[in-house]
Design a protein around this ligand. Structure first.
Ligand code: GAP
Length: 516
């Protein structure tokens, strides 16, 4: 059943809460803005996504190792990384709606509207000219399209210049010149644009005179940079090599919305790949391709992913792109791939006074490596999987079901064990099966309610297999295995359940699909 896109996000949010995937943080106190807790099924799905990423990075790439650095880091880290001075977003308030916005996002939205206008002109012309329509020619010659394109180019250039120079006056002028109105109040009654640093700070030390301002890390990457030589030396790593890490990051986002898409506390899965200076563009292309393959192997639909090149580069990058995903609110950033040059290591060398160089025995010289980074938000991965798996279905008998078609190896519960009735020795037989399977697969035992109701509950949390024990089981040692997606049931001997389900649920089924 097709679901309207704006309804889809609402449905996913309420489903996630009803079935123990995601709860608002400290809900009994009315929640905390843009902070969420993962429930019993959410925590399992999240762990499975982490396993998929960790195994891909550290098992399938023999030159990548993983670490787990602390969230708290020496405060100079953030001076060196540029986050104290440059990790800002331009913030603006509308005096009438009293709402706060990111000025650069308002400008980007205005650009997206112009792009939409071009798209509409193209569609209209394609209809009018039919088979003879030449898209490239139309884009290059149609006066209205040319006018929009020129405006887009000019706006992008002004945005880039204003952001690059941290010129908030120029940002305000851009809002005024584009006549951008607040989507809520409809007015253009804006305050001045101000820079807002996104890092959370706290104090370390129990005595007042010992207090020291420290930050909650806004990215996990710096924990990798400061450990670069520790890992390289102790692991005897040879360039090119990578260091991977999964962990929490914190950002005081100005506008935090769209559920777990933009949170103030979130998790990142990052990998820094250290390369010889000059080789970074080759590796940048390699990782763009490699990461896209990882995403597509999940089977959520290739058409749901695309690249988006950054026009406004972060302070550390010489090339950057996003892998965008078609979320319920449209195509948005899922993962960033950045060529970070030698910015971070060089800066840490300067601020710490410690050499962070690699001796290349083949070249017989020392140098600061260049870095290509892949950085994917775990919570955004979660939202991409949850929203694309969420399906409302009308069944042939007229009834309806909500099923989460989560990729089988990532499903929170792999097998539900269900005795048909709560008597005649069926529960005991079912428990025997559960006790055998639980060493290898996350199982869920349930004997309450009619079997149809129990199947629906498992569909709703995405359990790929239901094993049902019935009276025939007692006579011929067989059970039925019901498939979540097809709802077909197959009768198998009890001895075959374990090998069959272990094979079907293995994460290797996805990993092996990714060509290296
Ligand atoms: N180390 C580079 C870095 O942090 P980023 O593009 O700012 O780059 C990387 O973040 C990824 O982290 C994003 O693609 C996104 O998936 C995730 N992410 C960033 N901010 C987030 C937020 N506020 N809430 C949830 N995920 C976020």
């Amino acid at each position: 059943m097709a679901i309207q896109e704006d309804n889809l996000l609402k449905n996913v949010i309420s489903h996630a809460k009803e079935y123990g995937f995601i709860f608002p943080s400290s809900e009994i106190y009315d929640g905390l803005s843009a902070v969420y807790d993962y429930g019993q099924n959410g925590a399992e799905l999240k762990n499975n996504i982490k396993e998929y990423w960790w195994k891909f990075m550290t098992l399938l790439h023999d030159n990548i190792v993983g670490i787990d650095a602390a969230i708290f880091m020496h405060p100079t880290t953030w001076k060196a990384s540029g986050h104290v001075d440059a990790f800002n977003d331009p913030m603006v308030d509308n005096r009438d709606s009293k709402k706060r916005y990111r000025a650069d996002v308002l400008v980007e939205d205005a650009i997206a509207k112009l792009e939409e206008k071009i798209h509409k002109e193209v569609e209209k012309a394609a209809k009018r000219f039919g088979a003879s329509f030449d898209r490239e020619m139309f884009l290059a010659t149609n006066p209205r399209v040319l006018e929009y394109t020129q405006k887009i180019d000019e706006t992008n250039a002004r945005l880039k210049a204003a952001m690059g120079a941290s010129d908030m006056g120029a940002m305000k002028k851009l809002l005024d010149d584009l006549e951008i109105a607040d989507p809520i109040s409809g007015t253009k009654n804006w305050t001045e644009v101000r820079q807002f640093n996104l890092m959370f700070s706290t104090e370390m030390g129990s005595l007042a005179e010992d207090t020291n301002k420290i930050y909650l890390r806004p990215e996990t990457a710096q924990g990798i940079f400061v450990n670069f030589l520790n890992v390289q030396k102790t692991g005897r790593m040879k360039i090119p090599f990578g260091i991977a890490q999964i962990g929490k990051a914190f950002r005081n986002e100005i506008v935090a919305r769209q559920f777990i898409f933009r949170m103030r506390e979130f998790e990142q899965m990052e990998m820094q790949f250290f390369v010889k200076p000059g080789d970074e563009m080759t590796w940048y292309e390699f990782w763009k391709d490699n990461r896209m393959k990882w995403h597509k192997a999940l089977g959520l639909g290739d058409e749901n992913y695309r690249y988006h090149n950054h026009l406004n580069l972060a302070h550390y990058a010489n090339a950057a792109c996003d892998i965008q995903f078609d979320f319920p609110m449209g195509f948005k950033e899922l993962e960033g791939i950045h060529s970070r040059t030698d910015f971070d290591l060089k800066s840490h060398e300067k601020y710490s006074g410690k050499k962070l160089q690699y001796f290349d025995s083949e070249e017989n010289q020392s140098y600061i490596p260049y870095v290509v980074e892949t950085s994917v938000g775990l919570d955004r991965m979660f939202l991409s999987i949850l929203s694309k798996s969420y399906t409302e279905e009308k069944l042939p008998d007229g009834s309806e079901r909500v099923v989460l078609r989560i990729p089988v190896p990532l499903a929170p519960v792999k097998v539900a064990i269900l005795p048909l009735v709560k008597k005649d020795g069926l529960p005991e037989k079912a428990m025997d099966i559960m006790n055998d399977l639980k060493f290898d697969l996350r199982c869920f035992y349930e004997e309450k309610d009619a079997i149809g109701k129990r199947y629906r509950r498992q569909d709703a949390i995405g359990t790929p297999y239901c094993v049902t024990v019935d009276h025939q089981t007692l006579s011929d040692n067989t059970v039925t295995i019901r498939d979540r997606d097809t709802m077909r049931q197959e009768r198998v001997n009890i001895n075959e359940i374990r090998p069959q389900l272990i094979a079907a649920c293995s994460i290797n089924n996805i990993l092996r699909k990714i060509e290296q």
